[in-house]
Design a protein around this ligand. Structure first.
Ligand code: UD1
Ligand code: CA
Length: 456
């Protein structure tokens, strides 16, 4: 679209009481500023500028791979008008300019599109009626209902404070006038700041038409000034994500007890119990059932798989009809084939587990390639690390690894081989062989345990 967008994000966020710049605080796992940027990009602006200041280096660092951003430094916070002026040299003066706030993360693309459409070549304000308008700039209208200006709370008369229509700060400035308007701003007000909002009175007195548009919901324009407001917007966002899933047919045991901090794609008949947290890119295919309190990041869970309570998955995939957990941990690079079972207190990293193989109890599998129908007994450990290097363990189809065995990599277990319980496997086990390294058992009859010495 032929448009400049400027995101004002130089604010310090004093009331967050945090060393982290306000716009880097996460909402649904993503910095506030990223939410605004993603919405802005959906409008395809010709120029996309961010005014930054407090914690500037950290902010720029966090967005260093977003090469479309034009950065404008506002080293001293002298008001919203002064902030926008810093971005002016980066903008295309022949285009209108839309201002957004870095700490107003949930404004919807459709609302902004409506603002642009309704305003056309004129000025557009996004305003909203609030039961409690305290703290906001009020929209002052004349007897005909035309907008005359915006007055900040601290500069308002009692009559103006009674106005419930507030300025959200999101406004569309027509082309060709911005430079002159910003240069003409004065800071003769209660806060000694250059108010961007003063351009509204300037436009009105110049006879310009000022359109007002409302967001579909008030939370779209709510800002984050403190942790309480951030938490409230997080809930709004999560509830909306949950509603979207419910409407797609996903069954959520409690839509207020699921957190999606990324992108969750669900097939048909998916069930999710309470307390689950999803991050990154997660795909749950048809019929997947997720038990309570699972944490799942960047994962693909194939059709019909079941994850029992407290399962932790990160960068891994579960095959069709797989069964995982409770209390299982699949770390990056884990791929379970169809029908594989992974039980409680089993940790798997960078390993492939073949179809219908089982590792059901208290096991560590790292850097392993395990074939189909392998049984990994309780307490088996792959010793994949010698303190400096990592080595792979290879277990072929139909092998049986007895409980309490250690497989010292690099080592190979051939097809159909059996490893006796308690073996420390340091050499390859051939196919179909039994490998056992257990110390032979001795029996000493009528054993007398040592008794305490009499020290007196
Ligand atoms: C501003 C508006 C007010 C509106 C309210 C909506 C002005 C003068 N007032 O007030 O009418 O109701 O937002 O939330 O515009 N910022 C900078 N540099 C500055 C000052 C602010 O980048 O020097 C940024 C902040 O980071 C923030 C935004 O501008 O993203 C708004 O600043 P803030 O100080 O919160 O403005 P308010 O006083 O709340
Ligand atoms: Ca504010």
């Amino acid at each position: 679209m032929s448009l400049n967008i400027v995101i004002l994000a130089a604010g310090q966020g004093k009331r967050m009481y945090s060393a982290c710049p306000k716009v880097l605080h996460p909402l649904a796992g993503k910095p506030l500023l990223r939410h605004v940027l993603e919405t802005a990009r959906q409008l395809h602006p010709a120029r996309l500028a961010v005014v930054y200041g407090h914690g500037g280096d950290a902010v720029r660092q966090a967005f260093s791979s977003d090469t479309d951003i034009l950065w404008a430094l506002q080293s001293e916070q002298r008001g919203t008008g002064h902030a926008l002026a810093q971005a002016l040299p980066l903008l295309d003066a022949t285009l209108p300019t839309l201002t957004l706030y870095g700490d107003v993360p949930l404004v919807e693309k459709t609302t902004l599109e409506r603002l642009l459409l309704q305003s056309g070549e004129d000025m557009g304000l996004l305003t909203v009626d609030l039961d409690h308008p305290q703290g906001y700039g009020r929209v002052v209208r004349d007897e005909q209902g035309r907008v005359r200006g915006i007055v900040e709370e601290r500069d308002a008369t009692d009559a103006e404070r009674a106005i419930t229509e507030i300025n959200t700060g999101i406004l569309l400035l027509p082309r060709g006038v911005l430079g002159g308007w910003l240069a003409g701003l004065k800071n003769e007000n209660a806060q000694g700041e250059y108010y961007l909002t003063d351009v509204v009175a300037r436009a009105a007195s110049g006879g310009m038409t000022i359109h007002t548009t409302h967001p579909a919901a008030a939370w779209e324009v709510e800002g984050v000034n403190d942790q309480r407001q951030l938490a409230a917007l997080e809930r709004v966002h999560q509830r909306r994500s949950a509603d979207r899933l419910l409407l797609q047919g996903v069954s959520l045991a409690d839509p207020s007890r699921v957190d999606i901090r990324g992108h969750l794609v669900c097939g048909r008949g998916v069930r999710i119990d309470v307390g689950c947290v999803f991050g990154g890119e997660v795909h749950l295919e048809d019929g997947v059932a997720i038990g309570p309190y699972c944490v799942i990041n960047d994962a693909r869970i194939a059709a019909g798989a079941r994850l029992a309570a407290f399962t932790h998955i990160d960068g891994a995939s579960v095959g069709a009809n797989g069964v995982v957990g409770p209390y299982a941990r699949l770390r990056p690079g884990t791929e379970l084939a169809a029908g594989a079972h992974v039980g409680n207190f089993v940790e798997i990293k960078n390993s492939r587990i073949g179809s219908d193989s089982k590792a059901n109890h208290l096991t560590y599998i790292g850097d392993a390639d395990i074939g189909a129908r392998v049984n990994v007994g309780a307490g088996v450990i792959t010793c994949n690390y010698d303190g400096a290097n990592k080595f792979r363990t290879c277990i072929e189809d139909d092998a049986f690894i007895g409980s309490g065995s250690q497989l010292v990599a690099p080592v190979q277990v051939g097809k159909g081989a059996t490893i006796g319980a308690g073996t420390t496997l340091t050499r390859d086990a051939p196919a179909n062989a039994l490998a056992i390294s257990r110390v032979r058992q001795n029996i000493i009859a009528d054993w007398k345990r040592p008794s305490k010495k009499d020290t007196q």
